[in-house]
Design a protein around this ligand. Structure first.
Ligand code: KG4
Ligand code: ZN
Length: 382
């Protein structure tokens, strides 16, 4: 089966065309076309993601990315479609009335492309920035209306959880219950995966997400957005005996919850007390902040694995691009030697449409029904 997936939850616009085969225990994925445009350079000047701007950029780029993905998949048209009926055109105008730029491009694109060989559309429904999500959802509905292809709304977090399965051999490592840690700019969650597509959030942040804390601390240190990679780079320059100490919030609490705002505030107070922020002090702050984050994440995940008990650990979300975090979890599973670790390839650790296609396929083969009437949901939970 061939799936067209669309992701617009935050600051990445992405379209993927995926070929998927096999049942739930033997799925195989083959990326036929994949196009992604990151808006980071645009948001950088504002020091974070600006929702109205994200929406505008998705609107501007979706048709181009679709075209690119179709080309890569060798699905671009040879034979031109007949012109749209005026009835269809009115339907599209209604669906995309809030995205005039997208509508214009789509109406220009349609006569150049006949219906491609695609069986299903998977689109991110949430969670994320509502204005950004709506662009993807409305575009999916417009495509569905002209090409008569069913749509499966997808939870973005489910996409992150299932993303390691792009590699067929990872499938063998999964046993249930599994524990998944999802860490990104918007989320810090420990999810109990009870069975295929059965989730329960068993721990989450009470305030800031880890990635958000990395971004905010980076800003305090004068580093550009996104702050995660910048903090990591700077931390490597810190002396071993730097002497800076930050708290590990909620490390010893009985639950599986986190708090990163306290840690961020500790950094702020520490900075305010300094007479001068030398490069060495900055590097020390970055290192101690990173170490504190890693320690809380690993401790809580260890606890979750022991509590249930679970033999599979799945990591996902943009923050797992962090080398120290990955190393810390690799160390954890050498200590808990019966636990299997699943990590997505780095290119699909941050937001992308490949993971939405994977989640779409699992939804379809599990018997989920396509939807017509649905909207974006910024606060969608698992
Ligand atoms: O999953 P993602 O691409 O988008 C969201 O859904 O939020 O994650 C982006 C987040 C940003 O906060 C960014 O600073 C963080 O991931 N990040 C990192 C690293 N690379 C990206 N955080 C720590 N260390 C990194 N190397
Ligand atoms: Zn994400």
């Amino acid at each position: 089966m061939k799936i067209l997936a669309i992701e617009t939850s935050c600051d990445e616009t992405a379209v993927c065309i995926m070929e998927a085969t096999g049942d739930i225990k033997s799925t195989k994925f083959n990326i036929l076309g994949n196009a992604l445009y990151s808006q980071i350079a645009i948001h950088k000047q504002y020091g974070g993601v600006f929702p109205a701007l994200a929406k505008r950029e998705h609107s501007k780029n979706l048709v181009l990315l679709l075209n690119k993905a179709l080309e890569e998949a060798k699905m671009e048209s040879q034979n031109l479609t007949p012109t749209l009926s005026s009835e269809k055109e009115r339907e599209l105008e209604t669906l995309l009335e809030r995205e005039p730029e997208l509508l214009k491009q789509f109406l220009e694109f349609l006569p150049t492309q006949s219906k491609p060989d695609i069986d299903a559309i998977a689109v991110t429904q949430g969670p994320g920035l509502a204005p950004a999500l709506w662009v993807g959802v409305n575009f999916a509905k417009a495509l569905s209306a002209v090409w008569n292809i069913p749509i499966y709304p997808i939870n973005h977090m489910e996409g992150h959880i299932l993303s390691p399965l792009i590699e067929a051999h990872q499938l063998e490592k999964i046993s249930f219950p599994a524990i998944s840690l999802l860490i990104s700019g918007g989320h810090t969650e420990i999810v109990l995966v009870k069975d295929w597509l059965e989730y329960e959030v068993i721990g989450k942040t009470k305030d800031d997400a880890v990635g958000e804390a990395f971004d905010k601390v980076a800003r305090m240190l004068g580093l550009p957005y996104p702050g995660g990679p910048e903090i990591s780079k700077l931390a490597e320059l810190a002396p071993a005996d730097h002497g800076v100490v930050f708290p590990r919030p909620m490390l010893k609490s009985d639950d599986l919850d986190f708090s990163f705002s306290g840690l961020k505030t500790a950094v702020l107070y520490f900075i305010k007390k300094q007479i001068e922020l030398t490069p060495e002090i900055k590097a020390s702050i970055a290192k101690e902040f990173e170490d504190a984050s890693v320690e809380v994440l690993v401790t809580k995940v260890r606890k979750a694995l022991e509590m249930y008990p679970a033999k599979t650990l799945i990591l996902g979300g943009g923050v797992i691009a962090n080398k120290k975090i990955r190393l810390a979890f690799e160390k954890l599973i050498t200590e808990m030697s019966d636990v299997q670790l699943l990590l997505p390839p780095l290119q699909i650790a941050t937001d992308n449409a490949v993971m939405i296609a994977i989640a779409g396929y699992f939804n379809i083969i599990s018997g989920k029904q396509p939807k017509i009437e649905f909207g974006a949901e910024g606060n969608l939970s698992l």
